[in-house]
Design a protein around this ligand. Sequence first.
Ligand code: WTA
Length: 677
Amino acid sequence: MSKKAAAKKPAKAAKAAKPAKSVAKASTTSSKSLLVENRVFKPDAGFVKKARINSMAQYKAMHVESLKNPDKFFGREAKELTWSKPFTKVLDWKCPNAKWFTGGKLNVSENCLDRHLNGPRKTKAALIWEGEPGEKRVYTYQQLHREVCRFANVLKRHKVKKGDRVIIYMPMIPEAAIAMLACTRIGAVHSVIFGGFSAESIKDRVLDSGASIIITADGGYRRGAVVPLKKNVDDALKAKDTPVKTVVVFKRTGQDIHIEEGRDVWWHRELEYVDAKCPAVALDSEADLFILYTSGSTGKPKGILHSTAGYLLHAQMTCKYVFDLRDDDVYWCTADIGWVTGHSYIVYGPLALGATCLMYEGAPNWPENDRFWKIIEEYAVTVFYTAPTAIRAFMKWGDEWLKKHDLSSLRLLGTVGEPINPEAWMWYHHKVGGGKCPIVDTWWQTETGGHMITPIPGAVPTKPGTATLPFFGVDVGIVDDLGNEVGTNEQGKLVIKKPWPSMLRGIWGDKKRYQETYWSDFKGWYFAGDGARRDKDGYIWIIGRIDDVLNVAGHRLGTAEVESALVSHPSVAEAAVVGRPDELKGQGVVCFVTVKEGIKTGRDLSEELKKHVRKVIGPVATPDEVRFAAALPKTRSGKIMRRLLKQIAAGETLKGDTTTLEDINVIAALSAASGED
Ligand code: WTA
């Protein structure tokens, strides 16, 4: 054990903490809170000294200006981007359509790479990568620029043009970021699919986006096993109507794969045909940048569309103010590149700011439970951004894994993806941060593009379990069904009342759904799908999703998606899926299933259905439990009463009104039912 790590004294941090002035009651629905932590943690003095924003007064003044005079505020911030042609107007807003920085032209890859080549950053590490088996690679800004240009030329060689969609289905390797940046260089629109999604999910996304090309790898490493990425792509492309003409395959694992002549090409071979010069195309501020599919409350994932200038600005600005990234930071975000966190906070934000970004391919517990801590020590990581679900797993594995490593390089910690329970927050604060690192609990969504509610670490005192206050330009409301602000500590619906630069610009190919999903509940306001409350200090406590979306280990999953996967199995007549609190994953997936006449229920079918869901959606959606039932609880009009199912799944005594229930006997049968019967 290192001396420094051993010398950390949690007691010191506890002393620095001031008693709470507010009702800091812990609140998460997604996991059982084991502790109520009432203390308020002032930003560490050492951190404050160097911070860009170092007082509450400064934060407040900037926030007020950003809301009152967005043109001035964002006009000034946007000057920090490199423009090929300056913008003429900051915002053009006609709900629900926002145009930011109209008249301007720029290129994302130029902002992330080329502009850093004129000074000392040219030879600075842009990307430090470690593979799960242990390989290491470092790309300087100059090297990354070269690789991006070369791969952009490969795309051009395959006739990819501005506006064309490119699917990226890759492991967490530098080539995933290179492919993304190469798309932006020529104005192609990428859609990254998380490696934990199945062939069917790829097929759906290919068809919806109309992509003509897929960038993939033979396989990827995860917990010592190989994920058969290319095989999944092959299966996805079996459908005759696929628009895909080309599949570029990066050789990662070297396993045997099928190569379809005339369609599949090797990444390394393609590079032999191209040179390293590729000008960045100047694109309109509002040019489509990427599509990222995410779960909603219907069975069909939505292609969230982001555009160029506003997204990039927000990604850069949040890295500047929330992570307070510096040239000498080693910044590590543990998200997968297949999620929006990987987009904004592994690739675009940190690179636009010229930071050094670490990327790790594999699992946190491979080969042992200390892999993350080992990486932090080895590379002297200074800013670390991860998910509560990972923190809870580490807590479970025990402190001895941490104690083996010197984590004293850390200066700032962050979390994202789900509410963090105070117990996990305190553990993160003491054990990982040594009591000295501010924690930024960042609330945001695929749709918002970047952080929306988050502490500014040098200014805003934190309380375990709350994402605290809104970021610049973000006007939050917590309202009842009629749109009236609810009272202090009362729960309401979270809305955003003003457009912000990185807001989604639409759902790919579905204007109506965009309008209906986000802008119809409250006229002129964005409805996030989350519940929240505000305490008397104005701090916002996220309660969790209030629509039919689950948050499993920080991953969004639509209950309707899992239901449609279940009913696609020949034995299933009907299915209802709900979440139940899970101490590690936040929420677990519980499926209530009625089977067709004559089908035998029991453990075999339960296992088969779990496998079936994995096959249809991907391992990410694997049910925790399948319960068979003769019938599902429904209202007289035939609507499944999920509220009751949730209570049954959680093993709670039923509360609330059951008078609308069609058949009360169903409930008794369900409570007794299990997948083992
Ligand atoms: C949840 C991830 C509480 C929330 C960036 C949101 C959070 C959904 C937090 C979006 C947080 C994200 N505290 N809940 N700090 N961050 N969420 O689109 O329910 O994968 O609506 O984006 O995650 O998930 P998504």
